[in-house]
Design a protein around this ligand. Structure first.
Ligand code: FO1
Length: 309
Protein backbone atom coordinates (compact mmCIF):
# COMPACT_ATOMS: atom_id res chain seq x y z
CA UNK A 1 0.00 0.00 0.00
CA UNK A 2 1.23 3.49 -0.88
CA UNK A 3 -0.29 6.30 1.16
CA UNK A 4 -0.03 9.83 -0.21
CA UNK A 5 -0.55 12.97 1.88
CA UNK A 6 -2.15 15.24 -0.65
CA UNK A 7 -2.96 18.87 -1.35
CA UNK A 8 -4.38 20.14 -4.65
CA UNK A 9 -2.85 20.68 -8.07
CA UNK A 10 0.77 19.50 -7.53
CA UNK A 11 -0.41 16.40 -5.67
CA UNK A 12 -3.02 15.61 -8.33
CA UNK A 13 -0.35 15.61 -11.06
CA UNK A 14 1.88 13.32 -9.03
CA UNK A 15 -1.09 11.02 -8.34
CA UNK A 16 -1.89 10.81 -12.06
CA UNK A 17 1.65 9.50 -12.58
CA UNK A 18 1.43 7.15 -9.62
CA UNK A 19 -1.94 5.71 -10.65
CA UNK A 20 -0.57 4.85 -14.08
CA UNK A 21 2.61 3.31 -12.63
CA UNK A 22 1.12 1.01 -9.98
CA UNK A 23 -2.28 -0.62 -9.49
CA UNK A 24 -4.46 2.31 -8.28
CA UNK A 25 -6.06 -0.16 -5.87
CA UNK A 26 -2.79 -0.02 -3.91
CA UNK A 27 -2.97 3.78 -3.52
CA UNK A 28 -4.55 5.59 -0.58
CA UNK A 29 -4.87 9.38 -0.78
CA UNK A 30 -5.19 11.27 2.51
CA UNK A 31 -6.66 14.56 1.35
CA UNK A 32 -6.30 18.00 2.93
CA UNK A 33 -9.68 19.43 3.89
CA UNK A 34 -8.29 22.60 5.50
CA UNK A 35 -9.18 24.40 2.22
CA UNK A 36 -12.83 23.29 2.40
CA UNK A 37 -15.24 26.15 2.22
CA UNK A 38 -18.95 26.83 2.40
CA UNK A 39 -20.02 28.87 -0.64
CA UNK A 40 -23.60 29.47 -1.84
CA UNK A 41 -24.73 27.26 1.06
CA UNK A 42 -22.73 24.30 -0.33
CA UNK A 43 -19.83 22.32 1.08
CA UNK A 44 -16.91 22.46 -1.35
CA UNK A 45 -13.75 20.35 -0.90
CA UNK A 46 -11.33 21.86 -3.46
CA UNK A 47 -8.30 19.65 -2.82
CA UNK A 48 -10.31 16.42 -2.79
CA UNK A 49 -12.16 17.43 -5.96
CA UNK A 50 -8.97 18.43 -7.78
CA UNK A 51 -7.53 14.97 -7.09
CA UNK A 52 -10.72 13.17 -8.13
CA UNK A 53 -11.10 15.15 -11.36
CA UNK A 54 -7.42 14.68 -12.25
CA UNK A 55 -7.50 10.93 -11.62
CA UNK A 56 -10.74 10.63 -13.61
CA UNK A 57 -9.11 12.50 -16.52
CA UNK A 58 -11.76 15.23 -16.22
CA UNK A 59 -9.78 18.14 -14.72
CA UNK A 60 -9.42 21.46 -16.53
CA UNK A 61 -5.87 21.12 -17.87
CA UNK A 62 -5.30 24.89 -17.99
CA UNK A 63 -6.15 25.70 -14.39
CA UNK A 64 -5.48 22.32 -12.74
CA UNK A 65 -8.76 22.70 -10.81
CA UNK A 66 -12.42 22.49 -11.87
CA UNK A 67 -13.76 20.42 -14.75
CA UNK A 68 -12.60 20.65 -18.36
CA UNK A 69 -15.16 22.48 -20.51
CA UNK A 70 -17.25 23.65 -17.55
CA UNK A 71 -19.45 26.74 -17.79
CA UNK A 72 -20.28 29.35 -15.13
CA UNK A 73 -23.94 30.22 -15.74
CA UNK A 74 -25.07 29.51 -12.16
CA UNK A 75 -22.46 31.70 -10.43
CA UNK A 76 -23.24 34.45 -12.98
CA UNK A 77 -26.95 34.19 -12.19
CA UNK A 78 -26.37 34.06 -8.42
CA UNK A 79 -25.02 37.62 -8.58
CA UNK A 80 -28.59 38.82 -9.17
CA UNK A 81 -29.42 37.58 -5.68
CA UNK A 82 -26.43 39.29 -4.12
CA UNK A 83 -23.97 36.40 -3.98
CA UNK A 84 -20.28 37.23 -4.45
CA UNK A 85 -18.73 36.43 -7.84
CA UNK A 86 -15.10 35.82 -6.83
CA UNK A 87 -15.33 32.03 -6.45
CA UNK A 88 -15.57 30.39 -9.88
CA UNK A 89 -17.58 27.29 -9.13
CA UNK A 90 -18.41 25.76 -12.51
CA UNK A 91 -21.90 24.50 -13.35
CA UNK A 92 -20.84 20.84 -13.51
CA UNK A 93 -18.60 21.26 -10.48
CA UNK A 94 -21.68 22.58 -8.69
CA UNK A 95 -23.37 19.21 -9.20
CA UNK A 96 -20.63 17.59 -7.12
CA UNK A 97 -21.07 20.24 -4.38
CA UNK A 98 -24.88 19.77 -4.37
CA UNK A 99 -24.56 16.01 -4.00
CA UNK A 100 -21.83 16.18 -1.33
CA UNK A 101 -23.80 18.77 0.66
CA UNK A 102 -27.04 16.78 0.50
CA UNK A 103 -25.36 13.62 1.77
CA UNK A 104 -23.59 15.51 4.59
CA UNK A 105 -26.87 17.14 5.63
CA UNK A 106 -28.48 13.69 5.73
CA UNK A 107 -25.81 12.74 8.28
CA UNK A 108 -23.39 10.72 6.18
CA UNK A 109 -19.81 11.27 7.40
CA UNK A 110 -17.43 13.00 4.97
CA UNK A 111 -15.24 9.91 4.48
CA UNK A 112 -18.23 7.88 3.29
CA UNK A 113 -19.41 10.71 1.07
CA UNK A 114 -15.92 10.99 -0.43
CA UNK A 115 -15.60 7.24 -0.98
CA UNK A 116 -18.96 7.26 -2.78
CA UNK A 117 -17.94 10.19 -4.99
CA UNK A 118 -14.65 8.49 -5.90
CA UNK A 119 -16.64 5.39 -6.93
CA UNK A 120 -19.04 7.54 -8.94
CA UNK A 121 -16.02 8.91 -10.83
CA UNK A 122 -14.87 5.34 -11.53
CA UNK A 123 -11.79 5.56 -9.32
CA UNK A 124 -10.34 2.44 -7.75
CA UNK A 125 -7.86 4.14 -5.43
CA UNK A 126 -9.03 5.08 -1.94
CA UNK A 127 -9.49 8.80 -1.23
CA UNK A 128 -9.93 9.65 2.46
CA UNK A 129 -10.42 13.17 3.86
CA UNK A 130 -7.91 13.81 6.67
CA UNK A 131 -10.81 14.21 9.10
CA UNK A 132 -14.59 14.11 9.20
CA UNK A 133 -14.46 17.04 11.61
CA UNK A 134 -14.22 20.63 10.37
CA UNK A 135 -10.58 21.78 10.36
CA UNK A 136 -10.15 25.09 8.53
CA UNK A 137 -6.91 26.74 7.47
CA UNK A 138 -7.00 30.35 8.61
CA UNK A 139 -4.61 32.87 7.09
CA UNK A 140 -3.64 35.55 9.59
CA UNK A 141 -2.89 38.86 7.84
CA UNK A 142 -2.75 42.56 8.76
CA UNK A 143 -6.31 42.72 7.39
CA UNK A 144 -7.43 40.12 9.90
CA UNK A 145 -7.99 36.37 9.74
CA UNK A 146 -9.45 34.90 6.57
CA UNK A 147 -10.22 31.51 5.03
CA UNK A 148 -7.70 29.98 2.66
CA UNK A 149 -10.04 30.48 -0.34
CA UNK A 150 -10.46 34.18 0.52
CA UNK A 151 -6.67 34.54 0.65
CA UNK A 152 -6.05 32.47 -2.48
CA UNK A 153 -8.95 33.32 -4.78
CA UNK A 154 -10.60 36.54 -3.54
CA UNK A 155 -7.39 38.39 -2.63
CA UNK A 156 -5.14 36.51 -5.12
CA UNK A 157 -2.54 35.98 -2.34
CA UNK A 158 -1.87 39.74 -2.35
CA UNK A 159 -1.81 40.16 1.43
CA UNK A 160 1.03 39.70 3.83
CA UNK A 161 0.79 36.36 5.64
CA UNK A 162 1.62 36.74 9.35
CA UNK A 163 0.59 33.27 10.42
CA UNK A 164 -1.36 30.15 9.54
CA UNK A 165 -3.77 28.50 11.97
CA UNK A 166 -5.83 25.33 11.72
CA UNK A 167 -9.09 26.14 13.41
CA UNK A 168 -10.81 23.07 14.86
CA UNK A 169 -7.71 20.86 14.58
CA UNK A 170 -7.36 20.29 18.32
CA UNK A 171 -10.86 18.81 18.56
CA UNK A 172 -10.59 16.83 15.33
CA UNK A 173 -9.95 13.13 14.88
CA UNK A 174 -8.46 11.44 11.82
CA UNK A 175 -11.14 10.05 9.52
CA UNK A 176 -11.59 6.26 9.72
CA UNK A 177 -8.86 4.57 7.70
CA UNK A 178 -6.30 7.39 7.87
CA UNK A 179 -4.16 6.10 10.75
CA UNK A 180 -4.45 2.50 9.47
CA UNK A 181 -3.33 3.58 5.99
CA UNK A 182 -0.24 5.22 7.51
CA UNK A 183 0.60 2.31 9.80
CA UNK A 184 0.11 -0.36 7.16
CA UNK A 185 1.71 1.46 4.22
CA UNK A 186 4.93 0.31 2.64
CA UNK A 187 5.57 3.88 1.46
CA UNK A 188 4.19 7.20 2.73
CA UNK A 189 4.58 10.01 0.18
CA UNK A 190 4.39 13.70 1.05
CA UNK A 191 3.11 15.01 -2.31
CA UNK A 192 4.70 18.08 -3.95
CA UNK A 193 2.22 20.35 -2.20
CA UNK A 194 2.53 23.49 -0.09
CA UNK A 195 4.03 22.25 3.23
CA UNK A 196 2.37 25.04 5.24
CA UNK A 197 -1.22 24.95 3.99
CA UNK A 198 -1.62 21.59 2.24
CA UNK A 199 0.44 19.08 4.23
CA UNK A 200 0.60 20.75 7.66
CA UNK A 201 -3.21 20.83 8.15
CA UNK A 202 -3.15 17.04 7.73
CA UNK A 203 -0.32 16.73 10.29
CA UNK A 204 -2.24 19.03 12.66
CA UNK A 205 -5.04 16.50 13.11
CA UNK A 206 -4.20 14.79 16.41
CA UNK A 207 -2.83 11.30 15.87
CA UNK A 208 -1.67 11.71 12.26
CA UNK A 209 1.79 13.16 13.03
CA UNK A 210 2.40 10.35 15.52
CA UNK A 211 1.16 7.67 13.13
CA UNK A 212 3.66 8.86 10.51
CA UNK A 213 6.44 9.07 13.11
CA UNK A 214 5.75 5.50 14.24
CA UNK A 215 5.05 4.03 10.79
CA UNK A 216 7.45 1.41 9.47
CA UNK A 217 6.83 2.77 5.97
CA UNK A 218 9.55 4.53 4.05
CA UNK A 219 8.52 8.20 4.25
CA UNK A 220 9.44 10.27 1.24
CA UNK A 221 8.64 13.89 0.36
CA UNK A 222 8.79 15.59 -3.02
CA UNK A 223 9.82 19.21 -2.76
CA UNK A 224 7.30 21.64 -4.29
CA UNK A 225 10.06 24.27 -4.58
CA UNK A 226 12.30 24.34 -7.66
CA UNK A 227 15.09 26.92 -7.82
CA UNK A 228 13.43 29.07 -5.17
CA UNK A 229 10.01 29.10 -6.91
CA UNK A 230 6.80 27.07 -6.86
CA UNK A 231 5.31 25.61 -10.00
CA UNK A 232 1.86 26.77 -8.85
CA UNK A 233 0.37 28.51 -5.83
CA UNK A 234 1.70 30.70 -3.04
CA UNK A 235 4.15 28.30 -1.31
CA UNK A 236 7.30 30.34 -2.05
CA UNK A 237 5.69 33.60 -0.91
CA UNK A 238 4.30 32.01 2.25
CA UNK A 239 7.58 30.32 3.19
CA UNK A 240 9.34 33.70 2.89
CA UNK A 241 6.68 35.61 4.88
CA UNK A 242 6.80 33.06 7.68
CA UNK A 243 10.58 33.08 7.97
CA UNK A 244 11.43 29.81 6.22
CA UNK A 245 14.17 29.44 3.66
CA UNK A 246 12.54 29.44 0.20
CA UNK A 247 14.23 26.30 -1.07
CA UNK A 248 14.06 22.52 -0.81
CA UNK A 249 16.26 22.88 2.29
CA UNK A 250 13.57 25.06 3.89
CA UNK A 251 10.96 22.39 3.06
CA UNK A 252 13.25 19.61 4.37
CA UNK A 253 13.63 21.48 7.69
CA UNK A 254 9.84 21.65 8.04
CA UNK A 255 9.59 17.88 7.53
CA UNK A 256 12.76 16.99 9.48
CA UNK A 257 12.17 14.03 11.80
CA UNK A 258 9.12 12.89 9.82
CA UNK A 259 10.68 11.84 6.51
CA UNK A 260 13.46 9.47 5.48
CA UNK A 261 14.00 10.77 1.94
CA UNK A 262 13.46 14.01 0.07
CA UNK A 263 13.20 14.24 -3.72
CA UNK A 264 14.46 17.50 -5.20
CA UNK A 265 14.80 18.86 -8.72
CA UNK A 266 18.01 18.64 -10.76
CA UNK A 267 18.13 22.47 -10.75
CA UNK A 268 18.66 22.21 -6.98
CA UNK A 269 21.30 19.46 -7.08
CA UNK A 270 23.70 21.71 -5.13
CA UNK A 271 21.36 21.47 -2.08
CA UNK A 272 21.80 17.71 -1.73
CA UNK A 273 24.57 17.82 0.91
CA UNK A 274 22.72 20.33 3.07
CA UNK A 275 19.57 18.16 3.03
CA UNK A 276 21.58 15.01 3.80
CA UNK A 277 23.16 16.99 6.67
CA UNK A 278 19.66 17.12 8.20
CA UNK A 279 19.65 13.31 8.32
CA UNK A 280 17.40 13.03 5.26
CA UNK A 281 18.47 10.99 2.23
CA UNK A 282 18.26 13.16 -0.87
CA UNK A 283 17.35 12.04 -4.39
CA UNK A 284 17.88 14.43 -7.30
CA UNK A 285 15.68 14.07 -10.39
CA UNK A 286 13.52 16.05 -12.78
CA UNK A 287 10.43 17.00 -10.73
CA UNK A 288 8.74 19.20 -13.39
CA UNK A 289 5.57 17.28 -14.26
CA UNK A 290 5.08 18.89 -17.66
CA UNK A 291 3.48 15.87 -19.37
CA UNK A 292 2.20 12.37 -18.61
CA UNK A 293 5.62 10.79 -19.19
CA UNK A 294 7.28 13.11 -16.69
CA UNK A 295 4.53 12.37 -14.14
CA UNK A 296 5.09 8.62 -14.55
CA UNK A 297 8.87 9.01 -14.40
CA UNK A 298 8.65 10.98 -11.17
CA UNK A 299 6.31 8.40 -9.61
CA UNK A 300 8.65 5.57 -10.64
CA UNK A 301 11.69 7.42 -9.22
CA UNK A 302 9.89 8.05 -5.92
CA UNK A 303 8.93 4.38 -5.58
CA UNK A 304 12.37 3.17 -6.56
CA UNK A 305 13.98 5.52 -4.01
CA UNK A 306 11.54 4.46 -1.29
CA UNK A 307 12.20 0.76 -1.92
CA UNK A 308 16.00 1.10 -2.09
CA UNK A 309 17.60 -0.37 1.05
N1 FO1 B 1 -8.93 28.66 -7.75
C1 FO1 B 1 -8.82 29.90 -8.24
O1 FO1 B 1 -7.70 30.41 -8.39
N2 FO1 B 1 -9.95 30.63 -8.59
C2 FO1 B 1 -11.20 30.12 -8.45
O2 FO1 B 1 -12.17 30.81 -8.74
C3 FO1 B 1 -11.33 28.77 -7.97
C4 FO1 B 1 -12.56 28.14 -7.86
C5 FO1 B 1 -12.62 26.79 -7.45
C6 FO1 B 1 -13.85 26.13 -7.42
C7 FO1 B 1 -13.91 24.80 -7.02
C8 FO1 B 1 -12.74 24.13 -6.66
O3 FO1 B 1 -12.81 22.85 -6.28
C9 FO1 B 1 -11.52 24.78 -6.69
C10 FO1 B 1 -11.44 26.11 -7.09
N3 FO1 B 1 -10.22 26.78 -7.16
C11 FO1 B 1 -10.13 28.07 -7.61
C12 FO1 B 1 -8.99 26.11 -6.75
C13 FO1 B 1 -8.70 26.23 -5.25
O4 FO1 B 1 -9.01 27.48 -4.74
C14 FO1 B 1 -7.24 26.02 -4.90
O5 FO1 B 1 -6.44 25.71 -5.97
C15 FO1 B 1 -7.04 24.97 -3.88
O6 FO1 B 1 -7.81 25.18 -2.75
C16 FO1 B 1 -5.55 24.93 -3.47
O7 FO1 B 1 -5.17 23.65 -3.25
Amino acid sequence: MITVLSGGVGASRFLQGLASTVDPGEVVVVSNTGDDVEMFGLHISPDTDIVMYALAGAVNPETGWGLAGDTFAVVEQLQRFGYPRWFNLGDRDLAMALHRTRLLREGMPLHEVTAGLAKDWGLTCQIIPMSNDPVRTVIVSPEGPMSFQEYMVKLRTEVDVRGVEFSGAEQAAPAPGVVESLSEAEVVVFAPSNPLVSIWPILAVPGIHRAIGESRAHRIAISPIIAGKTVKGPAAKMLASLGHEVSSVGVARIYQGLIDTMVIDTEDAALRDEIEGLGIRCVVTNTWMTDDNRKRELAATVLEAARRP
